[in-house]
Ligand binder design. Sequence first.
Ligand SMILES: Cc1ncc(COP(=O)(O)O)c(C=O)c1O
Length: 373
Amino acid sequence: MEINAFGVEEWLNVWEKSATYDIAQSTISSMTMDEILNLDGNQGEEFYKLLNSQKMNYGWIEGSPEFKTEVAKLYKNIDPDNVLQTNGATGANHLALYALVNPGDHVIAEYPSYQQLYDIPKSLGADVDFWQIHEEDNWYPSIDELKQLVRPDTKLICLNNANNPTGTILDREFLEQVVEIAKEVDAYILVDEVYLPLDNPDKFVSIVDLYDKGIATNSLSKTYSVPGVRVGWVVSNSELADIFRKYRDYTMICCGVFNDMLAVYVLRHRQQVLKRNRQLVLNNLEILKNWIDNEPRASVILPQAVSTSFPKLDIPEDIEEFCIKLLEEKGVLLVPGNRFDIPGHVRLGYCASEETLKNGLTKLSEFMHEQYD
Ligand SMILES: Cc1ncc(COP(=O)(O)O)c(C=O)c1O
């Protein structure tokens, strides 16, 4: 089975460990184990009490009942039975696509977005149409274009809400229109929902709260700042959950007892995590805005308090070569836009620590002006 190289992951795998100022990532600054354990205000006593008495067997195969209950609380109308734990959102997307897509199926995918959402269906032999996002429309795709792309045999529409790399939230009104179109042809809608607008989570609506044939994937990696736990989930209706169960047995068995427990503990303390992250996102967004306002070589459609942004840089050079030189000379890491098939832009993960962000932006400006003024 052929598959394209994963542009962003391939870039990060090569370069991320050499960065001094890593402003390429889309996670809201990851928490240390110390920070995580102190969420209970008692240095993890609560967590260790549970953990120490656990056998390190396979544990709960689909995720513990506690995990499923905590995840179900994130939605209006999800039965915990229909929550399946996965190896990150990556595992959730893979599971859903592997279970649903057959050779020759028609799939429509928001493009660019998280590359799994179009290149896995392609690798499975689907006929994939790209539903382009447009900078002039604040990085929204157009409903009229979806109407042109959809076919009576469309099986699946894939979206990334909020979008990586642009940080654009697809609002309820827009999603309702997508649902209407999907209903007409009885298509599924898979939405990767790892990013949440931290200024006002109510701006966000999950696809599973709008559409019975909706599938939502998510994880602890971005909004909850614990990518190291490698825990994600897929939620859907019960018929779909049963289909996913069958394929899941072949691909993962479980996420591990330790990981499940840590995930439950973080989810139980999610209000504290969200409070920490709201402060960080809003504070860093101001720093990003100020930088953009004072940097003539950069412009951006601001992300909606989501932890990734996609500024345009005015530089007369190949964007990937620029990013390599920037890293080598100033220690600043970005993701070049060609990795999302949009050269001229960079993914700027502004939710690094405040110090890293400030230093990274200062050095980025220095470098652009030294090189091109
Ligand atoms: C949209 C999107 N989905 C999934 C992932 C991967 O998430 P996880 O760490 O949960 O596998 C990423 C990571 O960048 C992402 O941007």
